[in-house]
Design a protein around this ligand. Structure first.
Ligand code: 3PG
Length: 311
């Protein structure tokens, strides 16, 4: 029966690859749409703390409805689960709001070029905070990642310090989020989809008071009037689109994280950034100098070298 079993294994392996491939394709496509609508909204309505809260609120609502209507089975969770989820939710909240603040200040492409430096943060956190060591080739791959990001940053035509720092903070926060998430999902009966739903709910609870304190309903209401008068009633659909697509791309990314290593996840994430950078430059007519594009290309190439060195 051995050859049959082997054939079965090959089949499951191939099926798994196809499944991951489909997840990745959806993850990137949904992310491109999110980034475009998010920037369209932020251009007309520069309140990143509210838009990031709305993204989490929309995802939470979608999941609560699908649990109530049994489209998806609700996860069975205990106090221990929520306790372990808390640090993940703090990191997710910080990473999300920091990236959105960044995108409200600079071009989408610039935020994502800086965010392509995430593997460098991953190595530095693992090395200095978790005491993990890596072969020299891994440290060497950080040179093009950091150098490329630095070159892109100094040659960015519309450089803004808040935009730059937001993307850097987001990198650091998401490294922690990914490390804690994978640990939290290991051996648990909660699926990737439900894990991300719980993460949204908890992050929403954490972010809401801060969003009210930093921006608040008065600013939101006044800004809303202006945005609707400038854009027209379809502005509400832009807000809905950025919120729905935010949830969907993250949900799909967690569904794939369920099945792959954090390393494969971060490679997939960097490849995703290439599609976001290219499409946002085309759609928003972002001015790019050749040297600026070279910096981005070096940083992304560095990520591929890193992935090869880490295997
Ligand atoms: C956010 O708003 O959370 C960021 O745009 C997410 O960035 P990501 O591309 O790392 O998911």
């Amino acid at each position: 029966s051995q050859p049959i079993e082997a054939a079965g294994e090959v089949k499951t392996d191939a099926a798994k690859r196809v499944k991951i491939g489909i997840y990745f394709a959806f993850w990137w496509a949904l992310n491109v749409v999110f980034n475009i609508y998010n920037k369209k909204v932020l251009n007309a309505y520069p309140y990143p703390w509210l838009t990031s809260t709305l993204s989490l609120a929309c995802g939470s609502l979608m999941m609560l409805i699908s649990w109530a209507t049994r489209i998806t089975e609700a996860p069975k969770t205990d106090f221990e689960f929520w306790k372990t989820l808390f640090p993940v939710a703090v990191a997710h909240t910080i990473g999300h709001v920091a990236a959105t603040v960044s995108m409200s200040k600079v071009a989408v492409s610039f935020t994502h070029i800086i965010k392509s430096g995430e593997p460098a943060f991953s190595v530095l956190v693992s090395r200095f905070l978790l005491g993990e060591t890596f072969p020299p080739s891994v440290y060497l791959s950080l040179v093009p990642i950091i150098g490329g990001c630095a070159l892109a940053a100094v040659t960015e035509l519309n450089f803004n310090m808040i935009g730059f720092m937001g993307a850097m903070i987001s990198n650091l926060a998401f490294v922690f989020r990914n490390i804690f998430s994978k640990k939290g999902m290991k051996g648990k009966s909660v699926s990737g989809m439900n894990y991300y739903a719980c993460l949204s709910l908890m992050s929403l609870a954490i972010l809401t008071p801060f969003a009210i304190a930093v921006e608040g309903p008065q600013m939101w209401a006044a800004g809303w009037q202006t945005a609707v008068s400038q854009i027209g009633p379809q502005f509400i659909w832009w807000v809905a689109a950025q919120s729905i697509f935010y949830h969907l791309y993250n949900q799909v990314s967690y569904m794939s994280l369920d099945e792959i290593s954090p390393l494969t996840f971060s490679i997939g994430n960097t490849m995703k950034r290439i599609s976001v950078i290219v499409s946002s430059i085309i759609i928003f007519h972002t001015p790019v100098q050749p040297i600026n594009a070279l910096g981005a290309a070096i940083a992304i190439l560095g990520t591929f070298l890193y992935s090869q060195a880490k295997v």
